[in-house]
Design a protein around this ligand. Structure first.
Ligand code: 5GP
Ligand code: ZN
Length: 114
């Protein structure tokens, strides 16, 4: 997607602080961190949100799940714990329409969320 911010980050047209990368996914630091560790994980192919996951592209979601423990180890939150969030749509307050998972850690998370 030409004008998608996260496609442009995935293509390295826009720089990011890469935490982890493989052929299918990119993980990079959020520009406006909400916790001491705040990493975004995206598929390199464009998927707009969780709503667009189906049998043709769910492999990308699986790759993201597989990367989570690796990213947790790399950022020092494997033992202490963390929260994974994927905001979807208006009520979910999704602001970038390219599927992404927030990895939040190094502080105690509130539950339930606000
Ligand atoms: P959402 O609100 O859609 O769940 O999450 C989008 C996230 O992308 C936000 O946490 C926001 O700070 C982050 N973000 C927006 N633009 C950029 C950018 O250009 N670079 C990086 N690294 N993060 C961004
Ligand atoms: Zn995109």
């Amino acid at each position: 997607m030409k004008n998608c911010l996260f496609c442009r980050i995935a293509n390295k047209e826009i720089p990011s602080e890469v935490v982890y990368e493989n052929d299918d996914i990119l993980a990079f630091n959020d520009i406006n961190p909400q916790s001491p560790v705040h990493v975004l994980i995206i598929p390199k192919t464009h998927i707009s949100s969780l709503n667009q996951i189906d049998h043709t592209n769910s492999e990308a979601a699986l790759k993201i799940l597989e990367a989570i423990p690796l990213i947790a180890k790399k950022t020092g939150i494997f033992e202490s714990g963390y929260r994974i969030v994927s905001n979807c749509g208006v009520d979910g307050m999704q602001s970038v329409d390219h599927l992404h998972f927030h990895v939040l850690g190094k502080r105690l998370m509130k539950w339930p969320p606000g």
